[in-house]
Write a protein that binds this ligand. Structure first.
Ligand SMILES: Nc1ncnc2c1ncn2[C@@H]1O[C@H](COP(=O)(O)OP(=O)(O)O)[C@@H](O)[C@H]1O
Ligand SMILES: [Mg+2]
Length: 586
């Protein structure tokens, strides 16, 4: 750790502040007392979602997950009930809900989520290599030294094209300053401190570490008087042990984000909505518009996009139904993914998109960027834009759809269809030979048709037969699981033939009817007989099962295998038959 000469110098200046030092220090002390419940707790945790490995636990014990789902809540209740009964002391043993570590741009970070004497869990983030005074020292003296030594003018720092170069320059200079000041520090430690310094100079300070936690969906600063909040995928809103020191810090972060996209946030325009280069979306508001203080809300872009393998592995969908959907996609049939809010529609759309052949042009249109396709696909992601403060420059879904058709797409992906005009354009596009994959808010296939054919969307029934099928996603709140509820073929005049449906008792997706429309379409366009369709579905099912078995679930890995399959199915089937993992980078 850093040497004394500087330490002494700085210690003096820090001593006055010592008492306000930190919630963090206190929290670290609390950590020592923790009960060692960690593993048991972790396993019993009802599965909220996301991490495919974790999802397996739900699968293996569906009944327990039913019992356990409400457990999180009931645990809180028990604790709350006990509190008034206890006379003295009022102190409650903190319970460790989860703990994990990850790397934030090379900095090792530890997280503990605890249930303390509060209504919400606490999310405690620590960097094991950096203690509080080191942080202060870095922020107090070295940060200024770094900025003056790198000596770039502000336009260079703000130019997004030069950002990576600027970052490298800062990192290199930071390292040399640290080496000079602390000659005895190991290279590994210098590296960590340099990244920390960089995050505090060019980035959003300690929020950067929160941005690197894949378990978080949202990060929110409400004011400098309140700890930073995070929305954890499993535990919902949690209070962190971080706090911005002054309102001006939040303001500085907000204006840094604004300037990078050529905007401003100030008294006259006190609100900002912006995308960071990695897709995270930042909203900022300034006091007094936000009464308690300046706010920042970061909605994180999903770093681990969903793939069809994830879905099969987590038993959201069966491999058999996935194989049928894959066959539809291969043959350019259009599909709608329906479901309620948060049922996993967009995630399913993402998984489907990974099955599109690499030689086809894809244009996607979204309100907020959520989709991530294999990196080598021929893909143009487009996103709407809000009007600027003068009310100019708005780009709507509809504008993008009209424009998309001029980009010669083979496939069009649409985040969510809500309005009449959007639906009209989409069905026109289907009728003119594009294949379209869109999500729509509806609880089942029938509701999907009824939403499409009644006001406000109000499409004529005759238009619907451009659509081949509807996949419905569904979230079972009590079991806390997500499943494909049904898959229906769309027949003439918008009638439905539901061919697969989830069975609640067995938690399986079962075939409920023979294929009619798909059979007709596939025989018409691909010349496939009934037998050929079923053997193709079986073959694809085997490929999918094999991918699940061998853990090929990353978006690019899945995409590569699918693309190889399109080019040379026998090559892929050789591996499937031998039951061996795919060899990438061939
Ligand atoms: N099959 C699944 N299992 C677990 N979590 C899922 C599943 N599908 C989606 N999720 C998660 O659920 C949340 C909502 O998913 P999203 O696709 O955005 O829903 P929708 O588009 O229906 O509102 C996301 O955090 C996503 O990661
Ligand atoms: Mg969605």
């Amino acid at each position: 750790m850093p040497r004394k000469n500087i330490k002494d110098k700085i210690k003096e200046s820090l001593e006055e502040e010592e008492d306000q030092v930190s919630d963090m220090d206190k929290i670290e002390l609390d950590d020592d007392k923790e009960p060692e419940k960690e593993e048991v707790e972790e396993e019993q945790e009802p599965e909220e979602q996301e991490q495919p490995e974790e999802q397996e636990q739900v699968e293996e014990e569906p009944e327990t997950s039913e019992d356990e789902t409400p457990k999180e809540e009931s645990e809180y209740k028990e604790e709350k009930e006990e509190t008034p009964a206890q006379e003295e002391p009022q102190y409650m043993e903190p319970a460790l809900l989860a703990s994990y570590s990850f790397s934030s741009e090379g900095i090792p970070v530890d997280v503990k989520i605890m249930k303390k004497d509060d209504f919400v869990p606490t999310y405690e983030i620590t960097i094991p290599g950096i203690d509080e005074w080191t942080k202060k020292m870095l922020e107090k003296s070295l940060k200024a030294e770094l900025v003056s030594e790198v000596n770039l003018d502000i336009s260079e720092i703000l130019d997004p094209k030069k950002f990576n170069d600027v970052k490298k320059k800062f990192l290199a200079t930071g390292k040399s300053i640290l080496k000079r000041e602390f000659p005895n520090l190991s290279d590994a430690n210098i590296e960590i401190l340099a990244v920390y310094l960089l995050q505090n100079t060019l980035g959003l300070g300690e929020l950067e570490n929160l941005r690197s936690d894949d378990e978080l969906e949202e990060i929110a600063i409400n004011s400098s008087k309140e700890n930073v909040w995070v929305y954890h995928k499993k535990f919902g809103w949690c209070k962190t042990n971080l706090i911005v020191k002054e309102e001006s810090v939040t303001y500085d972060y907000a204006s840094m984000v604004a300037r990078k996209i050529g905007r401003q946030i100030n008294v006259l325009t006190p609100m900002l909505d912006a995308h960071l280069p990695n897709g995270d979306r930042v909203n900022a508001t300034l006091s007094p518009v936000s009464h308690f203080g300046n706010t920042i809300t970061i909605r994180k872009f999903a770093r681990n996009p969903w793939t069809i393998t994830n879905f099969i592995k987590s038993r959201t969908v069966s491999s058999e139904l996935s194989a049928l959907v894959w066959l539809c996609i291969q043959n350019e049939l259009s599909l709608v993914v329906s479901g309620g809010t948060g049922s996993g529609k967009t995630s399913f759309l993402n998984a489907l998109a990974g099955l599109i052949p690499a030689n086809q042009r894809i244009v996607s249109i979204e309100d907020t960027r959520e989709l991530t396709l294999p990196s080598f696909l021929h893909w143009v992601p487009m996103v709407v834009r809000e009007a600027n403060p003068e009310g100019k420059g708005e780009v709507k879904m509809l504008d993008l759809m009209v424009n998309a058709l001029r980009q010669r797409p083979d496939r069009i992906l649409v985040g969510e269809v809500r309005r009449k005009e959007e639906a009209e354009i989409l069905f026109e596009a289907m009728h003119t030979g594009h294949s379209v994959y869109a999500t729509l808010h509806a609880d089942n296939s029938e509701q999907t048709i009824s939403r499409l054919t009644n006001p406000p969307i109000d499409l004529p029934e005759g238009m619907l037969d451009a659509l081949a099928g509807i996949v419905v996603q569904f979230r079972h709140r009590r079991f806390n699981i997500r499943r494909t509820l049904e898959f229906s073929e769309v027949m003439k005049g918008g009638k439905l033939n539901t061919v697969y449906r989830w069975d609640v008792k067995s938690d399986k997706i079962k075939a409920t009817a023979k294929l009619l429309r798909l059979h007709e379409l596939l025989s018409l366009y691909a010349g496939m007989s009934e037998r050929e369709i079923s053997s193709d579905v079986e073959e694809k099912r085997d490929v999918l099962d094999w991918m699940v078995k061998h853990g090929h679930e990353e978006v690019d890995d899945v995409g590569r295998i699918i693309s190889h399959y399109y080019m040379d199915p026998d090559e892929v089937l050789k591996y499937v038959k031998k039951d061996q993992p795919w060899v990438f980078n061939r």
